[in-house]
Write a protein that binds this ligand. Sequence first.
Ligand SMILES: CC(C)(COP(=O)(O)OP(=O)(O)OC[C@H]1O[C@@H](n2cnc3c(N)ncnc32)[C@H](O)[C@@H]1OP(=O)(O)O)[C@@H](O)C(=O)NCCC(=O)NCCS
Length: 148
Amino acid sequence: MADTDLIIRPAELKDVKDIMALEQGSIAHPWIKSEIEKLITDDNKICLAGELKGEVVCYVGADMVLDECSIGNIVTRKDHRGEGLASMLWAELLRLLKEKGMAKVFLEVESDNVPAIALYEKSGFTGYGLRRDYYGQGRDAVLMLKDI
Ligand SMILES: CC(C)(COP(=O)(O)OP(=O)(O)OC[C@H]1O[C@@H](n2cnc3c(N)ncnc32)[C@H](O)[C@@H]1OP(=O)(O)O)[C@@H](O)C(=O)NCCC(=O)NCCS
């Protein structure tokens, strides 16, 4: 797949159904409809959709407070994983966050989520802590941070 095939754009309310479908089965506690709608419409949040041939195949959401940003979820549809889509979406998100004056980006990720941790480390995020049982009994969160 050529880099240019993926169209990255701000998510719109018409994408809510597709984003919910992306979350189902990929995220332990998927966001409900109203949370995704807020992610799309709230000026202090940012939500990007990645489109291939007219279909939303990946998305990322983040929350901004002053000059700090906290990442919500990033998901690539199962049949398009490993094609570099999340990397492109992630790079665009970080570029936009910097443009919006963000200085620090925080995230938490389940400690056994190898692909996601690899994605974050590849773009310079480093771990700064562990939150025990954050996702349920025996399921820890790694806390990661990057200065942008
Ligand atoms: C994490 C996720 C978004 C990555 O999406 P993707 O589009 O497949 O990612 P990319 O193809 O851009 O790969 C990005 C990097 O992730 C890593 N990666 C991707 N798949 C991997 C795998 N199966 N094993 C190990 N590392 C992997 C690699 O470092 C890769 O970079 P590289 O190809 O330059 O080595 C995807 O696996 C996903 O949707 N997972 C379920 C949802 C989730 O857990 N999201 C993160 C927490 S919210």
